[in-house]
Design a protein around this ligand. Structure first.
Ligand code: MG
Length: 290
């Protein structure tokens, strides 16, 4: 059976009770609020076109509409992208800012994340532009210019408390991924290694580069290591280099994603924060580990 999940941004909840009840009467099912005014689910919906009906009803509202299977909803493995997913920024753009070339770097980043450029070539080109940046300055950027995406820590802590293994897999850099993974609470992190000489960036990254295939391999490798079927896994990201892992995971989620990613992901959040991934799995806010 299918469960319809409706969710909105907890910072600005817009889940209208009257509209929810209207959709319920249109498509049938049992209403269960997961967080008042923020998220609810309709269990055992009757209408075959329940997803489309709800999407139409909420088309002019900041509400995400997703349809999940009620079997094996709680996932045992989470693989997450970092930049613009678990943190709000693109680290490489912020490093560009430190050299006064943010616009130049950010344009390449945006094109790569939309899938218009080869990921590795785009990474090499941007890192080359960062040559000469001192390690101390990178640490300063990390300390002062990066912010956590809302709901990320709750997502990771809650999934871990319910037995899931969690991994951050980033096409960015270990200097950021290791640092933020530890603070968010991930079990492990994988990312690219920037190369230095006397604590000055050489403008190169170590090989092999962590790209979309690495993310997919990580999903398969960790599922195997933890003896999980792919149906028990969840992946989340926003960029073109996340699409392979998103499409392969049991629950693949695009969050505030580039159009090419949102179009192809099975589950999509344009408004909700990262706690939306917990609502998909049937967790209510009283289950959250904060
Ligand atoms: Mg990203």
């Amino acid at each position: 059976m299918s469960v319809l999940v409706l969710s909105t941004n907890p910072a600005n909840p817009e889940l209208d009770n009257d509209l929810v009840n209207q959709v319920k009467s249109d498509i049938g099912g049992q209403l269960n609020w997961l967080q008042q005014d923020v998220a609810c689910e309709l269990i055992q919906i009757k209408a075959k076109d329940g997803l489309e009906t709800a999407q139409t009803a909420f088309a002019n509202h900041a509400v995400d509409v997703n349809l999940v299977e009620d079997q094996k909803r709680r996932k045992r493995l989470l693989i997450a992208d970092m930049d613009s997913t678990m943190i709000n920024e693109e680290c490489i753009d912020e490093l560009g800012d430190a050299l006064g070339i943010k616009a130049e770097i950010a344009e390449i980043t945006a094109r790569a994340m939309r899938g218009e450029l080869d990921f590795e070539a785009a990474l090499n080109a941007r890192v080359k532009l960062l040559k000469g940046l001192p390690l101390d300055r990178i640490k300063e950027v990390r300390r002062e210019q990066i912010s956590y995406a809302p709901g990320g820590r709750v997502l990771v802590q809650t999934m871990r408390a319910y037995g899931a293994y969690t991994a951050l897999v980033s096409g960015g850099f270990t200097l950021f991924a290791d640092y933020f993974a530890k603070r968010i609470g991930f079990d492990e992190a994988t990312a690219n290694i920037l190369e230095f000489e006397d604590d000055i960036l050489t403008g190169t990254v170590a090989r092999p580069i962590v790209g979309q295939d690495t993310k997919l391999e990580k999903l398969h490798g960790l599922a195997k290591a933890h003896k999980l079927d792919l149906s028990q896994t969840m992946a989340v990201g926003d960029g073109a280099n996340d699409l392979k892992m998103i499409k392969a995971a049991g629950m693949g989620v695009a969050i505030h994603a580039k159009p090419v990613v949102a179009a192809e992901a099975q589950y999509c959040f344009n408004h909700s924060d990262l706690t939306g991934l917990l609502f998909l799995q049937g967790f209510a806010d009283e289950d959250f580990i904060r």
